[in-house]
Design a binder for this molecule. Sequence first.
Ligand code: 3H9
Length: 697
Amino acid sequence: MTEVVTTEVIDGIALITINNPPVNALSQAVRQGIQDAVIASEADDAVQAIVILGQGRAFIAGADIKEFGKPLMEPNLPDLCTRIEASPKPLVASMHGVSLGGGLEIALGCHYRVATPDARVGLPEVHLGLIPGAGGTQRLSRLVGSEVAIEAISSGRHIKASEALSLGIIDDIAQGDPRENGLAFARKLLSDGKSRRAVSELPAPKAIDWDASYNALLKKGRGQLSPAYAVRGVQAASERPFAEGIKEERRLFTELMQTDQRQGMIHTFFSERAVSNLPELKGVSPRALDSIGVIGGGTMGAGIATAALLAGLPVTLLEMSPEAAEAAKGRIEGNLQGALKRGKISQDQFTTLTETALTPATDYSALAQVDLVIEAVFEDMRVKKEVFGKLDAICKPGAILASNTSYLDVNEIAAATSRPQDVIGLHFFSPAHVMKLLEIVVPDQTAPDVVATGFALGKALKKISVRSGVCDGFIGNRILSTYRAAADHMVLDGASPFDIDTAVTGFGFPMGPFAVSDLAGLDIGWAVRKRKRAEGLPKGARDTEYADKLCEAGHFGQKTGTGYYIYEKGKRGGTPNPAVTELIAAERQEKGLTPRSFDAAEIMRRYMAAMVNEAAKIVGEGIARRPLDVDMVLLFGYGFPRYRGGPLKWADLQGLPKILQDLEDLAQENPHFWEPAPLLKQLVAEGRSFDDLNKEA
Ligand code: 3H9
């Protein structure tokens, strides 16, 4: 076994190298190795200075997240940083790649820091539901001041070497490899006669209005605790002697470590990496993907084309007429203008993308040679089948034919071609060049390398790609329609849409379901309701008509200025529309329903029970392969709060027996709607959790 920490001595300089691939996380063995190496170097009379560096792609990416939640193992990281800093010999961190979390904290414990120009540093613990716990709040704030430290820690952002230098986080930037940089820096220290220097001995950072900063961050994080706790850590640095500040930081860190938020965020961290790692795709190579075609240049098609162009894929965009193709090009240019303004692309790139990489077309023959075609035409089975028939006739053998449908049966679409093995669903979320989620919908006959290509496309477009089986609405929209139905039932029974939106945002969603409908356009829900009524409502469904009445009167939400809310030009958000309250009251009266009150807790109990139950059905039916797939869909497509980890992680944290009990109680009212998912019953009977299923997959 290779040693995770090695030491060599060159010209009186001890080089301590960490070698723990892939990112040199600070596992117990690494911590022990660094401590032993520092102690041995101190004891070695031949050593005059010490350099710590990382092998491979990073200095150190932080504490080993896999150890969290397990019993603590000595040496702990805060003590190691203190021990490093106490060294009588000058100690240099030679950084490259990322130095994050505990990695930066080790560097801040060193007496000097040098980094390569492309290095990035940061304290991203808030994204794991934590704050830095090895002196980061105490040392960084002594270097950069309270305000900058709070901004850096509460955002968890990666800071480029140039900015780190100007902020005083590092002492120098050096071209070259970290080994040579470290040696050169240490040699210079020795020749200049410089000795040890401790950040902890710098003056404490100045006081600011701590409570104002804490409250603002709590509000901004929609209830997420860790960014706000960062303020308390820096406050301790300002108000207490260093050793006491470290103790307070440790107390805050330990408190956060015990929260559900920490568990939710760490689940998210690993799930967003595991989600595209499907066991069924191991060893399957994707097909070549050098060009794509998009059919339909409306908001969705233009968004997909924009995302592809930004990922460096040439796009042929097919529209019905030259005028429509021109309009589509305009939409794409508009999207790319946004990227230009944000500095994501240069003016030259903008010109290349719009004039060379994008080819508007009006004839299907333009798609003959592309590797993958995505259609984003009208949601109508007849239209889709016609499009796929044409693609089947024109596209080269092996080309992938994808539909962006959001609910239609992709098996039926595939059957309209002579090559169902090449057909797949790629369900983007609008605006497609912004939203992170991509549902990869896999019909029965799709070849594995087509699925692998879908995931390769998702990766190229920087999306979170989730595999879904075929069903009405796939993973996300099927769950949405269930929790939305639960909300509609509550409205009939006495809750107002505005109370529901308030409860849902209080839970941490950026918007409630009614405000979301206003944003998406009320006509969308109207069309779905009409379709479902035509198909015949399922048992237990309770139809609502008040929203139809809004639509009949021409109120489609934000785009018409009125929906559940009234939107005034130039103002953010809307105010509740009193007409909605009247329509609901009329419908209740017509249906003979006596309204009762719902508090926020009761609203969320029902909303979440509906969401979790439908999600459990989806996993049980194999539509989602793993619970974590559902969690990622809700997180990246539906605004589920990241710090809660997704509906099934949330359910695990509540305890599945409690959720099942809730459903059984609610089923007394409406046995069909609230019928518990068989998988949920099974897990409760076996004393297992959804996360157990993630681990087994
Ligand atoms: C901390 O430091 C607390 C302290 O303040 C106090 C303690 C007392 N541990 O993302 P990638 C794995 S909290 C374990 O795909 P990239 C990752 O799971 C920590 N494993 O690559 C993946 O494994 P796999 C603060 C880790 O190039 C593989 O490495 N630090 C860790 O896109 C490659 O990762 C952070 O929060 C870790 N710390 O991005 C940094 N980090 O191949 C978190 C990564 O099996 N990490 N792995 O799927 C990151 O932000 C990114 O992973 C990084 C690389 C930028 C490093």
